[in-house]
Design a protein around this ligand. Structure first.
Ligand SMILES: O=c1ccn([C@@H]2O[C@H](COP(=O)(O)O)[C@@H](O)[C@H]2O)c(=O)[nH]1
Length: 230
């Protein structure tokens, strides 16, 4: 069993999500993101629990502290394993998020910089004066100092972040593409084995599996590739 891969249920309907769960029974960790959650609400969380699956609720919260605390409290009641907040929500919102999940099993992950962004966009569109790796590190450190449990980051930055934030911090990496897979809207990518070697705790791999003509074969090929990493 490969418990390092988290597969996103990036579909608009509950039926579509259930079809994926049925098709890939070997997947133990699923991600529920904005599309499915906004379309169908919390039902999918109950279904995943009934099937004994781990849940990453990827809502990428970004709001004022009071609102974030309430959202985290509500999410934690569903017993989800991971919940995301943007690190750019700031220190007070990160602290409020921690207050919201206190006493639950839910761990918070701070998004450092979306894997769909590149250095040019960071500098020219977002007007961030830091180099991209330095910015990602700064965001991860802000989260770590606040007591957040881990970060969502590109595999391109994970080794540097891990060196600084340490082994107790969880690193969840989207932006993972097996050789030959379409990159799509992702910008900062690595292959599954490269991401694992670089220090990712978990890999989020969506379309290369879920949009493959044979998702089971795609899953097995990725697992095989990852087995080569000791
Ligand atoms: O920086 C981020 C944060 C979250 N994601 C999410 O991960 C998956 C990636 O799916 P793919 O199909 O493998 O591209 C998707 O649900 C995103 O919302 C991310 O890609 N980057």
């Amino acid at each position: 069993m490969n418990d390092k891969i988290i597969v996103p249920l990036d579909v608009p309907t509950l039926d579509g999500a259930i079809a994926l769960l049925d098709r890939l029974p070997q997947v133990s960790f699923w991600k529920v993101g904005l599309e499915l959650f906004i379309s169908t609400g919390t039902d999918i969380l109950k279904i995943l629990k009934e099937r004994d699956k781990r849940i990453f609720l990827d809502l990428k919260l970004h709001d004022i502290p009071n609102t974030v605390a309430g959202a985290c409290r509500a999410a934690a009641k569903h017993d989800v394993d991971f919940l995301t907040i943007h690190a750019t929500a700031g220190r007070a919102a990160l602290q409020a998020a921690l207050d919201g999940v206190r006493g639950s099993k839910t761990q918070l992950l701070a998004v450092t910089l979306l894997t769909s962004l590149d250095a040019r966009e960071l500098a020219f569109d977002l007007k961030v004066p830091l180099e991209l790796p330095e910015y990602a590190l700064h965001m991860a450190l802000l989260a770590e100092e606040t007591g957040i449990h881990g970060a969502v980051c590109s595999p391109r930055e994970v080794s540097q972040l891990q060196r600084v934030c340490g082994d107790d911090f969880t690193f969840v990496c989207p932006g993972v593409r097996p050789t030959g897979s379409a990159i799509g809207d992702q910008r900062r990518v690595m292959t599954p084995s490269q991401a694992l070697k670089a220090g990712a705790t978990y890999l989020v791999i969506g379309r290369p599996i879920t949009a493959a003509s044979d998702p089971i074969a795609a899953w097995e090929q990725i697992c095989q590739e990852m087995e080569s990493v000791s």
